[in-house]
Write a protein that binds this ligand. Structure first.
Ligand code: ADP
Ligand code: MG
Length: 244
């Protein structure tokens, strides 16, 4: 398919004797939003970390825009520029202001002159609704605001794909919505996204494709609305009834 962004085949990953991912095959198309759900310990985070090679898979091949990125000799820095990641715990730089957090990597990578980078950073802060917080330190922001800054920071690299690892799981319930709202906007603008989430509303309504993982396997995947309405696998049905 012409618009395949990532083609992941026969991916496996072990930590010592523990097999965490077992023959994972996933194709991600441009503009697609994929949600990954499943119980704790099923390998969801490890899978995300393998996608951008924060973790080296033991077996399998990942092709990103035609490049075999799992080949020895591929420069993973290129991949890290193009595939951004948003973490559960925000991971903002605590001693930098909001604006500095967003500008840091683009300045380091000389993605423009300082004025251009600042202008772009301010546009991103506007996009996530936090223009007025540009000079604040992260600790003075709510969790929801910090996560929106983290998303703006990821966007500042102009990524082609964004990975989210439970982006709302560390938030108080009343702050979840503002982060999901930003993610929904990104999705509607055509960002390619892979989202590990416990937010079943987001998985069902916003994503194009749903993956249910358990014990390192993809148990079931497909159209989210169909899976929520009629899970084919008994394990999927059990999991959904435990979280819905
Ligand atoms: P999930 O995100 O679905 O909760 P993870 O991918 O974090 O699952 O973890 C899957 C399994 O791999 C768990 O048993 C976890 O303890 C183990 N694991 C994850 N990272 C490491 C690591 N760096 N070293 C050893 N074991 C790990
Ligand atoms: Mg996890």
């Amino acid at each position: 398919m012409a618009d395949t962004v990532l083609n992941i085949t026969h991916l496996s990953k072990s930590f010592g004797d523990l097999e965490v991912l077992k023959d994972i095959n996933v194709v991600i198309h441009k503009g697609e939003v994929i949600s990954i759900i499943g119980p704790s310990g099923s390998g969801k985070s490890t899978f995300l970390r393998c996608i951008n090679l924060l973790e080296r898979p033991n077996h399998g091949v990942i092709v990103y825009n035609g490049d075999i990125v799992t080949d020895e000799g591929y420069d993973v820095r290129q991949l890290h520029k193009e595939i951004g990641m948003v973490f559960q715990r925000f991971n903002l730089f605590p001693h930098k202001t909001v604006l500095e957090n967003i500008m840091l990597a683009p300045v380091k990578l000389k993605m423009g002159n300082k004025a251009e980078i600042e202008e772009e950073a301010m546009a991103l802060l506007r996009k996530v609704g936090l223009e007025s917080k540009k000079n604040e330190m992260p600790r003075n922001l709510s969790g929801g605001q910090q996560q929106r800054v983290a998303i703006a920071r990821a966007l500042a690299m102009n990524p082609k794909v964004l990975l989210f690892d439970e982006p709302t799981s560390a938030l108080d319930p009343e702050l979840v919505g503002e982060v999901l709202q930003v993610m929904q906007t990104l999705a509607s603008e055509g960002m390619t996204m892979v989202v590990v989430t416990h937010e079943m509303g987001f998985a069902r309504e916003v994503s194009d494709h749903l993956i249910f993982m358990e014990e390192g396997f993809i148990v079931e995947e497909g159209n989210p609305k169909e899976i929520f309405a009629h899970p084919k696998q008994e394990r999927t049905r059990q999991f959904l009834s435990s979280v819905l």
